[in-house]
Design a protein around this ligand. Structure first.
Ligand code: FES
Length: 584
């Protein structure tokens, strides 16, 4: 509410006697509507729109210096505009001077509106109030803030105020940041709103996290810290593991070294926590790519409990029986050194991706492991292997038959997001330990084969001369209806084969995602599919990634769209619409 003294802008708005006679007088001046309240021997000038949802405050009541709005009963200190109800926001008040029987009001704007909206975002996060978060996101972007600014605030909040640390909320927020470059400008606040609200919900009523300090003598011996970290994770010692992370960061480890340390422990056991640990780790590193490495200590430390509390597939029946996949994998891992050594001189010459994908989708886990090892020997890189496995995992979704139980979409999704996380991790730092994650993902693709029995047919891949704009225009109405899975896959394939612009399609799919209520798994799927699409763009395989994304989205739409309703209110308020009046 503060204003810069040197930038006053006084305007004559009314006769003092008129205000005194009315008790409250509404005046329109420039683009403001002000309520002038006569209170004791003072005149108070207040913006007439209630900051909560825009009700005219001149219809409110003033008692004992408190102005109460008559819609949802938000209360404001008349003199300062400060609210007593944090869900409402402070109402702007304007300095008043009485000059020769006339009321003059200073209309100079707030000194720092962005600081105010940042504070409101913080208030919304702390109190888990989606409308406040939505309004702050819209206003910050409108005031010219870089989306990284609210993202950083949400990241800082989420890593601080949830004892369990990194969870679904921060993952969704980071997915939303990844999606921003694909979205239309009007959808940017919607993406931030969803991500930030997810963080607020995750932290609501949670105990905060308390910082673990680094070892007193900072060490640069990362190999030792890495070994200690893996040992502590092995015995589920969260505090010991966290001290290793913060000591490594404070000792100067960079993002590649930390990725190496973390992903090693994330793959010391098989497919831990159905891939969430690797996915959260990848997302935390992607978040740091955006906000800067100076946030590495709290962000990476927040991952630790996901590591130490994770289920391990060594304890899962499906991974032990009828084929002991764990034993099969351990034997394969023993062959890494020789396979990598053999392939070293042939790097860049491997070209059998399609054949490898066919084996990955087959019925024989030993053949899968053998094919992956053969690829390494033939010069295929760790990243190329990971890319092929991620693509095979996406095909499980692209060919997911709707006769499966609905919950099985999640099974296919978990494998795909894990495979994507491993792939992104290997792109960051090729690591022999993380290479095990590629084999784990491949085994999970094998275990998911029942989801493609029978298999849904992939859409035709012939070029078409259909009107691609018309195809794109069909998507919103299609996703208004339940279970239009195959139709959605068909439309996006025909659009891309018809030479429609991929950017337009991804923007529309992003918009379709954002208009639904938040679903953690759908957000993960779209993010992973867009990431993989970006890496394969220009190939026929890339189309299948968008098909997978569209099918998953169609399976989970429409929702109630309740959260979008809240943001719609925020948008209408921002545009100055009168919510309290019936819409024509
Ligand atoms: S309390 Fe004023 S509009 Fe809701």
């Amino acid at each position: 509410m503060s204003r810069t003294a040197e930038r006053s802008d006084y305007v004559r708005v009314a006769q003092l006697s008129d205000v005194q006679a009315a008790g409250c007088l509404v005046v329109h001046v420039r683009d403001h509507t002000l309520a002038l309240f006569c209170h004791g021997d003072q005149i108070c000038a207040v913006d007439n729109r209630c900051p909560h949802m825009g009700f005219p405050l001149n219809r409110g009541t003033v008692k004992e210096g408190i102005l109460t709005c008559h819609w949802h009963h938000a209360r404001f200190d008349l003199a300062s505009g400060g609210t007593f109800d944090q869900w409402a926001d402070d109402v702007p008040v304007f300095p008043v001077e009485i000059r020769q029987g006339e009321v003059w009001v200073d209309l100079a704007p707030r000194a720092d509106p962005r600081a105010h909206h940042r504070q409101r975002l913080q208030d919304g996060l702390e109190r888990n109030i989606p409308l406040v978060i939505g309004k702050a996101a819209i206003r910050l972007l409108y005031e010219g803030a870089d989306p990284v600014e609210p993202f950083r605030l949400g990241l800082d909040f989420g890593t601080r105020y949830r004892q369990a640390g990194w969870g679904q909320g921060l993952t969704m927020l980071t997915c939303m940041m990844n999606l921003l470059p694909h979205l239309g400008a009007e959808d940017l606040p919607r993406a931030l709103y969803h991500g930030l609200s997810a963080v607020a919900r995750d932290c609501a009523n949670m105990a905060p996290r308390f910082r673990v300090h680094p070892l007193p003598a900072l060490t640069t011996d990362l190999a030792r810290l890495k070994a200690c970290f893996r040992r502590f994770v092995e015995v589920r010692d969260a505090e010991g593991a966290e001290r290793c992370i913060v000591s490594a960061v404070c000792g100067g480890a960079n993002h590649r070294q930390m990725a190496d340390l973390l992903f090693a422990a994330a793959t010391d056991h098989r497919y831990i926590q159905i891939g969430h640990v690797a996915d959260f780790t990848n997302k935390a590193l992607e978040a740091l790519d955006r906000v800067g490495w100076e946030y590495a200590e709290p962000v990476l430390a927040s991952l630790v409990s996901s590591y130490t509390s994770a289920d391990r597939m060594e304890e899962s029946a499906a991974w032990r029986h009828p084929i002991d996949l764990i034993a099969l994998l351990e034997k394969a891992f023993e062959q890494f050194p020789r396979a990598l050594e053999t392939g070293r001189t042939r790097k860049g010459s491997w070209q059998n991706r399609d054949a490898l994908v066919q084996v990955l989708l087959g019925e024989d886990p030993q053949a899968v492991a053998d094919a992956l090892l053969a690829t390494l020997r033939e010069g295929g890189s760790e990243e190329e292997l990971a890319s092929a496995v991620a693509y095979a995992a996406a095909l499980r979704i692209a060919c997911f038959h709707t006769s499966n139980e609905f919950g099985d979409w999640d099974t296919a999704l978990h494998t795909f997001t894990f495979a994507n996380a491993v792939h992104q991790g290997l792109r960051r730092v090729p690591s022999r330990e993380l290479l095990r994650g590629v084999f784990d993902a491949a085994m999970s693709v094998y275990l998911d084969r029942f989801l493609n029995v029978p298999a849904a047919r992939l859409p035709e891949s012939d070029p078409t001369d259909e009107d691609t704009e018309m195809l794109l225009g069909e998507l919103p109405a299609l996703l208004d209806r339940q279970q239009q899975v195959n139709e959605a896959g068909s439309i996006v394939a025909r659009y891309l084969h018809g030479k429609g612009k991929p950017e337009r399609l991804l923007a529309v799919l992003g918009r379709m995602l954002l208009r639904e209520d938040r679903d953690f798994h759908t957000i993960q799927t779209i993010d992973a599919a867009f990431r993989q699409y970006g890496l394969l763009r220009g190939t026929s395989a890339a189309v299948h990634l968008v098909v997978a994304a569209a099918r998953y989205l169609a399976a989970h739409a429409p929702t109630l769209r309740e959260q979008g309703q809240t943001l719609q209110i925020a948008h209408r308020l921002h545009r100055g619409e009168r919510l309290f009046e019936p819409q024509l």
